[in-house]
Design a protein around this ligand. Structure first.
Ligand SMILES: [Zn+2]
Length: 127
């Protein structure tokens, strides 16, 4: 059952990177993006929240970034296990998008029928 939690914890595979996210509106907007990186790495969904709601509580020294095309959307990865935990939104630069598969206690398939499809492959900043 999709929970309406106000605070979530996300982490990479090895546990080096841990992120705390405040969700005052719960899981009300889960996106799936079809851009070149999302379709390869996290086609299962993300939740985009105000950057002020996100706090890396462990492992900033374990994080590295990757950008491409517009270079406006750094994607953050754990240096140890390679898992993409979050990235800065191109469409809404004041937001960070959390990899839903990294959220602890969430069954990503519960969102299969509630995903908002985002047409990131045709984003104007990458044209
Ligand atoms: Zn890791």
């Amino acid at each position: 059952m999709i929970e309406d939690r106000n605070k979530i914890l996300a982490s990479c595979h090895c546990g080096s990177v841990k992120i705390e996210v405040n969700l005052p509106k719960g899981f009300n907007e889960v996106l799936r993006c079809n851009c070149s990186i999302c379709s390869r790495g996290k086609g299962f969904g993300m939740i985009c929240v105000p950057a002020a709601s996100v706090k890396v509580i462990h492992g900033t020294d374990h994080m590295t970034e990757y950008t491409f095309k517009s270079n406006t959307s750094p994607h953050c990865f754990c240096k140890s296990c390679g898992i993409h935990t979050h990235h800065k939104s191109r469409a809404r630069p004041d937001r960070l998008c959390i990899n839903l598969a990294c959220v602890e206690g969430v069954d990503i398939h519960e969102f299969d029928n509630n995903l908002i499809e985002f047409n990131g492959i045709n984003h104007p900043k990458d044209m």
